[in-house]
Design a binder for this molecule. Sequence first.
Ligand code: AGP
Length: 593
Amino acid sequence: MCGIFGYVGHQEDAADIVFEGLKRLEYRGYDSWGIAVKKPGTGSKNTFAIRKRTGKIGNAKVSDLPKSSFGLGHTRWATHGGVTKINAHPHTDCTGSIVLIHNGIIENYEKLKKNLIAHGHRFVSETDSEVAVHLIEELNKTCSFTEAVRKAFLKLEGLNAIIVMHPRAHTFVGVRNGSPLVVGLGKGGNYLASDAAALLPHTKKVYFLEDNDLVVADAENVQIIEVKTGKRKKIKPRTLTWSIKQAEKGKYPHFMIKEIHEQPSILSEIASSGLSNAKKLSKHIDQAFDTYMVGCGTASYACIAGSYLFSKIANRHINWAVGSEFGYQLDFLTPKSLVMALSQSGETIDTLEAVKKAKGKGAKIFALVNTLGSSLYREADYSMLIGAGPEKAVASTKAFTGKLAHLVLLAYALAGKPKSGQSTLLKAAKASKTVLTPESRARIKKLAERMKNKEHIYVIGRGLSYPASLETALKIKEISYIHAEGFAAGELKHGVIALVEKGTPCIAFLPNDETYGANLAGAMEMKARGGSIIGISHKPHEVFDFYIPVADAQEATIIPNVIVGQVLAYYLAIARDLDPDMPRNLAKSVTVK
Ligand code: AGP
């Protein structure tokens, strides 16, 4: 959701540093942005130059902002109050000398605001965020600034992160509870960001704030204080393993297509390096009395796929639920239960909350995440990295197939056949590479051209192709804005077939498995009602109006199949003149409920 980037150091180009930082966070999704830098020559009192804009950063420039070594920026994804310049962050107190940015939702803001207005504070925006800066101003009348931030934060209800620029020193004071915040420990300067990938051009040495950590950072020092007690805490910095190159588009026009193309090599890498972790973790699954998988959106489809993989390969029943619903059905969890949480960002609030509730019941938590140091990574009893590298396109691609790859290895390890997992995965990597050859992409592009003006697209599959259908439909919806629905083919006759009419595109996954015959029957039923059948299969069939070949990779065929869906969604977005990397209304990591 909202992006945060701050710099305090000895370089005089804070505005540019912060601006570039915000551009690296654009992928998170936002609708307005703002930057504040301390004006030069203002002595012991800080006065700030603030620039706020609605819309995307685009070709904006900040070169007219004053030279400064202390700056803070924010990309806002609106929750409270419309998308306006006034509602954009940073916000200031009544005197304009305290500058604040906020990520999260202050649930008790109305009550706090009423109180502050009664004390004479003047509000200019409709946001919940502005409450925090006035509260700090009020508390700072009777205690030090850091103490005022600490006390103010304790009064905020909800999951929040705030960063405040000190009114009299080149110092940031930041706090988090729920919303992510990471400190970059640089040479001759320090950084604060909502996302570690944004720090890569400056430093790889980072500290991920834990919930209720308060950070005080100037150009030289970084101190962490426990918000509840006010006591200092020792910090253990980590080193980021991602490279700047991995977080850039390179030769590709969009992050999404770059990330799609990275998949074959990520899959091969997981096949070789993921085996020992899979063996270790499968022991925990084996020992658990009951196992659940939880995730949101695309990650939840990986959970569904996992439930089929564990059943098929390891004879093991695993329940799954979407993060936002899991909390309503975990009464039966016990300390013998294992909850596997799947997430690219490791910050998805619905997944995190589900995990915290499960922990409250004593269950053990396993996290499969892509982001080192993320909240979920730290919350879990056992954590495993997906190893897909930074994923910047809002629509998740490589993190999804990366999750599937680990689940294939885990299921085979649980079945006592880890090597078979490895060879199956290598077949999937090879088949995925073939899907991404120029000829294959050209074919899928041609299909996108034919489909670009359709209003509805239906996707069917059975077994492992059911989550493949859900994921393909989600990708199409997210970035092309065409209504697409994925469903279990067996459900066709239970209602959905009523929607099929002449020319309705119907995508059918027909891999070389036990679902082939029954799913083909579904495709025929759609064809009989005028549907135009797009067959994704290892072999052509006369019922197909359009055929996309995908080589058989046994249980891992879902991976290349889904890649076809990703490429199709990408070309649909391009054909409709849309930016696939930044779909409307969506954010990369969903940190509010
Ligand atoms: C995927 O394309 C989506 N943008 C979304 O469904 C995403 O997968 C979901 O929000 C979960 O994110 P996570 O993997 O970071 O937890």
